[in-house]
Design a protein around this ligand. Structure first.
Ligand code: GLU
Ligand code: MG
Length: 633
C-alpha cells in the first residue's frame, strides 16, 4: 500500500501548508516521467499478484480467535531466513499490524507453464509464513475481513481503543492494531484531521427474524445510522484483504486498452469473489468490502460532501475510476478535475500525455496530499517521483495506471484491484488465472468491452449487494466483437451467469477464454488445471458453487449457537475460522470448491502473443473469435 519511506511524517497542518508545493512538483515529476519513458516498449507480457493475509491466534480452551498483531516480528524473522530459502519470497507490511502482504519474488511471464506456477508460488509463500508459526495456535488466512474486527478484545496481545488518543480516536479499534510504520498511523491521523472528525462507516445490517427493528446500537451517536452497523476507523476498511493483479503491457497504448477493458470487468469479478458479509460481529446486508474501505478513508469535510463544487471530489479517495484512458466517448461521468494541473499537463506538450491521460491525472490531483515525510520534500523532479506517488498511491481505485518508475527497467503497468481474498490458494489462483487469461483472450480476439463508465459505476454498487452474484443484473455490452473502439455498444442488463456462461444472445466471457485456450493445443495436465480454474468461476457464476460470502453466511445460519439475531459471536467465529483454516489446509469443501481442487502440475506452452496493438496508431479492436462455435473442452 504505497511506498514505505522512512523519515519524520508530517502532521496534517504541515502537509496542508505544503499541498500546493507537493502537487506542483508531483505534476512536474509525472511530466518528466512521461517524457523520458516515451520509447519504452517490451515484447513480453509480465504479470503478478499481490495477496494480503490476516494473522490469527487461537485459544482452543476458551474457543476464541484473535487477530494476531505480529507482522513486524514475522517480517524480521522472514528477512533473516529469506536468504536460506530455495525460492525467496517477498513479504511487506500492510495497514494492520495483523496483516501481511506477499508477491511472487519475480513477475510471471507469458507462458502457460506460469499458470501452474501461480498456485505453487502461493502455496510456497503461505508455507514460509506458516513455518514461523506455532501450528497449534497460530495461523495465516486469506480471509477478506475478520468478522469480529472492532468487537471487544478482538486482537492479541490485548489492547484497548483510545477514543481520546491522537491517531484514529476510534471507540472500537485500538491504535496498536495499526502497523507501526509511520506511514500508516500518519495516514490515519491526517485523514481524520483533514476531514475534521473521525471517519463514519455505516453498513446496512442483515435483518434476521430476531434482529431488533429498528436496530439502534448507539442512540447518542448521530453518526451511527439506525439499521446499520457503525464503525469509526480506517482500520475497519484497510484492515480488509484483497488480491491485486498487475499487468505489464508491451507499450503505453496496450496499457491504456487493458486499463479500460479490465475496468469494465472489475465489478463482475468483485461479485464473483464476494467474501465479506460480516462486520463488527454482525451479519450485514452486503457481501463485499468495497464501500467499507471507501468510507474508511474518506477525508472530505462535511461541506465538501454537501457541496462538491466544481473542482471537488464527488467520491472518497477509494472509489471507482472516473475516466477511461482511451475512450472519450465512454468516459461519460464528467469527473471533476484540477484545471490548473490539466492545463500544465497539456501545455507540457508531451506525446504520451493526451487529453484523456491529462484528465485522469488532473482528477487524481483534486485531492490534497495526505501523507508526506520531512526528509522527502525538496526532491530532484527528474529522478524522484515521491510527490506524484503521494497522490497516486492515496487514490485507491478499482484500476490503477502505473507509469514506469524512474531508474528501473519496469514498463507500463495496470493494476486490477477488486478481487476479494478467497479461503484457499486454489481459489486465489483461479481468480488470478481467470484475469490473466481474460486479458489475453480479449487481446487475441480483439474484444471490445467498452460501455459508458457511468454504468460501470452502477455495476460496482450492485456487485456489493448481498448475493449479487445470483440476484443482481449488471450492465454489459452484448456486441463484444466486430467493433471499432468507439462504435455504438448494445448494452443489456444480464445476470453474472449470463455474462460469464452466456445465453442465447451472448457468448459469455468464459466461452471467449475457452476458445482462446482451446487454440493453444495444450497438453492434458495444463489444460486440466486451467479448466478447473475456469470451471470454478463458471460454477460460482451459475450458483452451482457458493461464493465465500454465501458460504460464510450459511455457516452462521447453520451454527447451533446462532439466534437468528444477526450476531456472530466469539465462539461462532472461532468455529468458523477453525473450519476456514482446515479448508485452507486441504479439507474438502464441496459447497465452495466442489472437487475442482484436485489438479496436477507442470507442462509448458506459450500464450499466443497477440498484443492489442503493435503500432500505436492502429485501432486495437477487430473481430476474430467464433462465438457460435461449440468447440470447447
Ligand atoms: N487492502 C486494500 C483492499 O482490500 C488494498 C490496499 C492496497 O492498496 O494495497 O482493497
Ligand atoms: Mg496491499
Amino acid at each position: 500500500m504505497g511506498i514505505l519511506v522512512r523519515g519524520e511524517p508530517l502532521s496534517w497542518e504541515e502537509t496542508k501548508e505544503l499541498s500546493d508545493y507537493i502537487k506542483d512538483h508531483g505534476v512536474k515529476q509525472f511530466i518528466h516521467l512521461m517524457k523520458t519513458m516515451k520509447q519504452r516498449k517490451y515484447e513480453e507480457l509480465k504479470w503478478g499478484d499481490e495477496i494480503e493475509y490476516l494473522l490469527f491466534k487461537f485459544d482452543h480452551e476458551k474457543k476464541r480467535v484473535y487477530l494476531h498483531c505480529k507482522t513486524q516480528e514475522y517480517l524480521e524473522r522472514l528477512a533473516k531466513h529469506n536468504c536460506k530459502f530455495e525460492m525467496p519470497v517477498t513479504f511487506v507490511e500492510e495497514y494492520g499490524s495483523f496483516q501481511i502482504e506477499s508477491t511472487p519474488n519475480k513477475p510471471f511471464l507469458e507462458d502457460f507453464e506460469e499458470l501452474n506456477n501461480v498456485i505453487r508460488d502461493m502455496r510456497h509463500r503461505r508455507k514460509e509464513l506458516m513455518l514461523l508459526m506455532d501450528s497449534e495456535t497460530e495461523t495465516v488466512l486469506t480471509l477478506t475481513n475478520f468478522p469480529r474486527l472492532g468487537c471487544p478484545d478482538f486482537c492479541w496481545p490485548p489492547a484497548q481503543p483510545s477514543p481520546h488518543g491522537n491517531v484514529s480516536q476510534s471507540m472500537f479499534f485500538p491504535d496498536e492494531c495499526i502497523n507501526p510504520h509511520p506511514r500508516f498511523p500518519n495516514l490515519t491521523r491526517n485523514i481524520r484531521q483533514r476531514r475534521g472528525k473521525k471517519v463514519e462507516i455505516n453498513v446496512p445490517i442483515f435483518k434476521d427474524e430476531n434482529t431488533p427493528s429498528p436496530f439502534i446500537e448507539f442512540p447518542d451517536i448521530p453518526a451511527a445510522k439506525p439499521d446499520h452497523v457503525y464503525m469509526d476507523a480506517m482500520g475497519f476498511g484497510m484492515g480488509c484483504c484483497c488480491i491485486q493483479m498487475t499487468f505489464q503491457a508491451c507499450n503505453l497504448c496496450e496499457a491504456k486498452v487493458l486499463y479500460d477493458q479490465l475496468a469494465v470487468v472489475t465489478p463482475i469479478v468483485m461479485a464473483l469473489s464476494a467474501a465479506a458479509p460480516i462486520y463488527r460481529g454482525y451479519l450485514c446486508d452486503v457481501d463485499c468490502r468495497w464501500n467499507v474501505i471507501s468510507a474508511s478513508v474518506d477525508d472530505r469535510t462535511d461541506d465538501e460532501i454537501a457541496d462538491p463544487g466544481k473542482n471537488k471530489a464527488r467520491s472518497s479517495r477509494y472509489s471507482t475510476i472516473n475516466s477511461f484512458l482511451r475512450s472519450e466517448k465512454f468516459s461519460d461521468v464528467n469527473p471533476p478535475y484540477n484545471e490548473e494541473v490539466y492545463k500544465t499537463l497539456i501545455e507540457a506538450n508531451v506525446e504520451n500525455i493526451d487529453p484523456l491521460m491529462a484528465r485522469h491525472i488532473a482528477h487524481l490531483f483534486i485531492r490534497d496530499p495526505i501523507s508526506a515525510f520531512s526528509n522527502r520534500i525538496e526532491l530532484d523532479d527528474e529522478n524522484d517521483t515521491d510527490h506524484f506517488e503521494s497522490l497516486q498511491s492515496t487514490n485507491w481505485q478499482n484500476m490503477r495506471f502505473k507509469p514506469p518508475p524512474p531508474g528501473s527497467d519496469i514498463g507500463w503497468r495496470v493494476e486490477f484491484r477488486t478481487i476479494e481474498a478467497q479461503i484457499t490458494d486454489f481459489e486465489n489462483a483461479a481468480f488470478v488465472s481467470f484475469c490473466i487469461l481474460l486479458s489475453r483472450a480479449m487481446a487475441s480476439f480483439k474484444c471490445n468491452f467498452y460501455m459508458p463508465l457511468s454504468l460501470v459505476q452502477i455495476n460496482m454498487e450492485r456487485a456489493q449487494k448481498r448475493n449479487a452474484v445470483l440476484d443482481e443484473k449488471f450492465y454489459f455490452r452484448k456486441n463484444i466483437q466486430c467493433c471499432k473502439c468507439e462504435c455504438e455498444p448494445e448494452i443489456v442488463e444480464m445476470t453474472i451467469d449470463e455474462i460469464i456462461n452466456g445465453n442465447g444472445d451472448f457468448p459469455g466471457i468464459c466461452k471467449v477464454i475457452r476458445a482462446y485456450v482451446n487454440n493453444m493445443d495444450l497438453e492434458f495436465v495444463t489444460a486440466t488445471r486451467i479448466c478447473s480454474y475456469i470451471s470454478l468461476i463458471q460454477k460460482r457464476a451459475s450458483g452451482e458453487l457458493k461464493t465465500t460470502a454465501a458460504w460464510l453466511r450459511e455457516f452462521v445460519h447453520n451454527h447451533p449457537l446462532y439466534k437468528q439475531d444477526s450476531v456472530v459471536s466469539e465462539e461462532m467465529t472461532y468455529d468458523m475460522l477453525m473450519e476456514c483454516n482446515a479448508i485452507t489446509n486441504g479439507k474438502e469443501c464441496p459447497d465452495l470448491i466442489g472437487t475442482l481442487r484436485q489438479t496436477s502440475d507442470h507442462n509448458n506452452k506459450h500464450f499466443r502473443r497477440d498484443s492489442y496493438k503493435t503500432n500505436d496508431n492502429d485501432d486495437p479492436i477487430s473481430p476474430v473469435f467464433d462465438a457460435n462455435s461449440d468447440h470447447v473442452w
